[in-house]
Design a protein around this ligand. Sequence first.
Ligand code: GLA
Length: 739
Amino acid sequence: MSAMITVSENLIFSLTSKNFSYVFRVSAEGLIEHLYYGGPLQNPEHVSIHHQRTQRETSSVFEGHQHLNLSGMPQEFPSFGTSDYRFPALHGRNADGNTIFSLQYKKHKIVKEKPRLKKLPSARGGDSETLVVTLEDTLHKLEVELFYTIYADYGVLVRSAKFKNKSDVEIQLQHAFSSALDLPPAEYEVLHLHGTWAREFNEERIAMPKGRFVIESARGTSSAAHNPFIAVMQKGATEDYGRVYGTTLIYSGNFALSLETGEFEDVRLLAGINPFSFHWRLKPGKKFCTPEALHVYADKGLRSMSHLWHDFIREKISPPKFKNKARPTYLNTWEAAYFDVDETKVLHLANKAVEVGVDMLVLDDGWFEGRRDDTSSLGDWRADKARFPSGIPSLAARVKAKGLKFGIWFEPEMVNPDSQLFKDHPEWVIQVPGRKPSLGRNQLTLDLSRSEVVDYLYGQIDDILSCGDVDYVKWDMNRNMTEVGSGGLSRNRQREVSHRYMLGLYNLLERLTTTYPDVLFENCASGGNRFDLGMLSYMPQGWISDMCDPIGRLDIINGASYLYPLDVTAAYIGPSPNHQNGRKTSIQTRFLAGVFCAARGISLNETDIDAYKDDLVHFMDLAKSTAQDMVGGRFDRLIKNQNEVCWQYTSRDEQTVYIAYFHILSAPNLPFRRARLMGLDPKSDYILVDDGISYRGDALMQNGLPLPYVTTSHVSDEVRYMDKGDFSSHLFTFKKTAS
Ligand code: GLA
């Protein structure tokens, strides 16, 4: 691999990867000054620094530079108090009790490959180089190492920071961001994904406001309210036009992505742990590592940004064992029986699963001691003897004897007050002295900042998984944290609890996934309340939302796809009328909404399974025959408006191209619509499997594919029609022929 990181004699650092250059330098004042982030440059050292050194009246501690205004100077890791008035990456209390830190360049090194974080999930290396720049506040002996990793083949910049207290007194960290990015003045827009339970990943696009704009979480999970993702874009950017800076974090707890338009209209982006709910006491000699922040730069709009993310997440974040592996189809007991499960029912459903041709039976909630509804038993992860007298290992073996795989649901991080675990260990919950802890879904959060709780959970889950017949675990987490405190930590460490919880959780997941590398873990938190790259580092797929209505789910999948490859998502055919919003839809639309998700399945009761048996056999057959294509391929958003969604999915070998089209509300006399396909070989023919008609790649991309028509009457034999009425859908499958 050719050197991608260079350092000039006068300390200009340039990082150049496939599609970007990132440049900064050590300024005459010893600060690290950001110079450039954008498309690749031939001679990165030659970027102009004129504009940001323009003199403005100000105060400055730097001798000979009395006009240097740090509020106008782009920096790599700004602190507060020496003339930069913007939100800082580092803020805290030093030994003197004030908050003024000033970081100066000390040294740097370039390491081949990428160091992994010890206690936090982190991106994998491989054909990468890492620049480590050490800064120091010489007065308070706080050292900050900034890590920058770039890859030969991936357009992602990975950043993190490590704080080291080299003094002999305690330093308190309040802002310990992972990265800071100061972008030059321009007309920007911002894209972010907000929501709530069953309505996750709503796309919002706003003009970059003056002042500060933050998306964040203080809920203990990354949350459905704001997914940890933001894109700063050139005004007017579209799917295939415009410069886009995307940022996310490998973290599942309280995060902040803060944007600030400064007085000179430059934009500061800070990414990391939310300072609102964080305060870390760094004892002499101790270190603190931040989670990793990931940045991409795309010069051809949102589509190119998404492809950069998708390739990287698949290659460097998702557990490698499941990379490009077809996922099993599944039948989940939840919407079939809710809590009312027992051995007989499960085996009966397993027979149904066999009849409709799914690969795996998943036993959802309701299988453990005393669990009849959501008021009790979380924490007691032993099979309920009355309903599962032969135990889970025997049930798993019997399900597997039918030729199925077996999966099971856990919600390990939770406890009901009505449980044996709570009776034995009331001190093991997140709580503060003197206040009644708020219940969420009748449950409390276990205190994973305590290692004994992590050990207990490991033991309980290990007891079930060690039978060797569990192929899949659905890992749920169904409430946000409140009254955050831990009896295991001293008074002055209470604001460390949320982050220590995450360290405990990651430790538990690391241990379990190392012991059970073949078990397919699926991340769920009331749907998408903790859908992020932290969890996806351990779990190859996630339950993106509890919204199973296909029309509701279209927006969710579309929004999530800005960042996440659909390889990490799952979808079911759920009941109709839908249990969340009452909408009635065809079984085809219910299947097609999730057709490009890697994991497809069914969550229906027996009556519905019987009633729709032929359709289910057909769709599960389709799911199985396309399962290999639905991992590692390319996803494109072709059309998304109030009434239509059209997506393209191109298999990894580029031999098969799928187009899913959804028409939401029907109306008479509609226009004829086309979708222009993306990324085909212009010189190849693509045969539509349905009718054998051949289309040329260039025509499909330039002239477009005529979309099926929604109508109340037949207008012409030449036209392809959709089902009449609302919520109709159509799937095209094209096979490429030799060019
Ligand atoms: C959450 C999940 C559901 C189901 C229930 C079980 O709501 O999102 O899919 O597993 O918990 O209690």
